[in-house]
Design a protein around this ligand. Structure first.
Ligand SMILES: C[S@@+](CC[C@H](N)C(=O)[O-])C[C@H]1O[C@@H](n2cnc3c(N)ncnc32)[C@H](O)[C@@H]1O
Length: 288
């Protein structure tokens, strides 16, 4: 499978730790200057993932540099040196004043959002080697974040949302654990969806166990409230059901995506990257 981060520009860390002493107020001022159009990476794991998948980090702070680097030694040897270069230590009050909700790891960073043009190019690129996940008018920010994390884990080409939810909302980014940088995440209309056969998930569809989902599929899921929209249904080539005993109405959106991506990976798609920790073969060569 193509490494989704392979055509991103290289990481260009702000040389915070090596640039000599900076006062907490200098650091806070730099943070405020950059915060407006940046993606907030909340916590050690979000920063670790973003760096692994090629994010350009503008500034990274911690109230506990030794603790963060100990975590890096334990969990992220592949990016440990980059994190050491990026992270500037500030007093806890400075850190806590800059983030909406302090994270237990006391790490936060600001990264450049990938360009929409690049993401659209990735989504449109054919032949596609892994499906695009489409969330049709999702309502729950936590679900959207969980789906982006799943898509990254399975090496999906991208996650497209329709409707009003912003898939780059800070709460979605928090739920995605920094993995927005490992897959192409954009909001589009149904008419703008990339080409490819649409397999739309609906309890009334054909049993997924009788189907193979092709690598170029668009796997579409309905909204938590009302399921698939009429527009999406009109664009669908197949309606697909997940097995469910009678009297249960539906599964949660993110768990439906998990089952469907698992079915794709087990039956047709076999992203070399989705073998996970055991082989260390995730995109970028590191565990997701
Ligand atoms: C929480 S469900 C939506 C429930 C909604 N009240 C409805 O009327 O469909 C969110 C989405 O998950 C997917 N889903 C949930 N359970 C499913 C099942 N058993 N088979 C196929 N898709 C399912 C569908 O795409 C559905 O639109």
């Amino acid at each position: 499978m193509t490494d989704p981060a392979s055509d991103l520009p290289p990481v260009s860390p702000v040389p915070s730790a090596s640039a000599g002493p900076r006062t907490p107020s200098d650091v806070a001022a730099a943070w405020h200057r950059q915060a407006g159009d940046s993606v907030l990476l909340d916590g050690f794991h979000a920063l670790k993932h973003a760096v692994r998948f090629g994010a350009r980090v503008r500034i990274a702070l911690t109230a506990d540099r030794a603790g963060a680097l100990a975590l890096a030694d334990e969990l992220a040897g592949d990016v440990r040196d980059t994190l050491a270069e990026l992270l500037t230590e500030v007093p806890h009050e400075t850190y806590a004043a800059l983030v909406p909700r302090p994270h237990p790891t006391a790490v936060a960073a600001l990264a450049v959002r990938p360009s929409r043009a690049d993401n659209l190019r990735r989504l449109a690129h054919t032949p596609r080697t892994a499906p695009v996940v489409v969330l049709d008018n999702p309502r729950n920010l936590g679900n959207a974040g969980a789906v982006i994390r799943l898509a990254a884990g399975f090496g999906a080409t991208g996650v497209v949302t329709t409707g009003t939810l912003d898939p780059w909302h800070p709460t979605v980014v928090r739920g995605g654990a920094g993995l927005h940088f490992a897959t192409a995440v954009e909001r589009l209309t149904v008419e703008e969806l990339p080409s490819g056969p649409v397999f739309a998930l609906d309890p009334e569809g054909e049993d997924i166990r009788s189907l193979e989902l092709p690598d170029d599929a668009l796997l579409a899921f309905g909204s938590e409230r009302s399921g698939l929209s009429a527009e999406l249904r009109a664009r669908a080539d197949h309606l697909v059901a997940l097995p469910m005993r009678p009297q249960v109405s539906s599964y949660n959106l993110a768990t439906s995506v998990a089952m469907t991506l698992y079915h794709w990976s087990a039956t047709s798609g076999s992203p070399s990257s989705a073998t996970g920790r055991a082989t260390g073969g995730a995109p970028g060569g590191a565990p997701v």
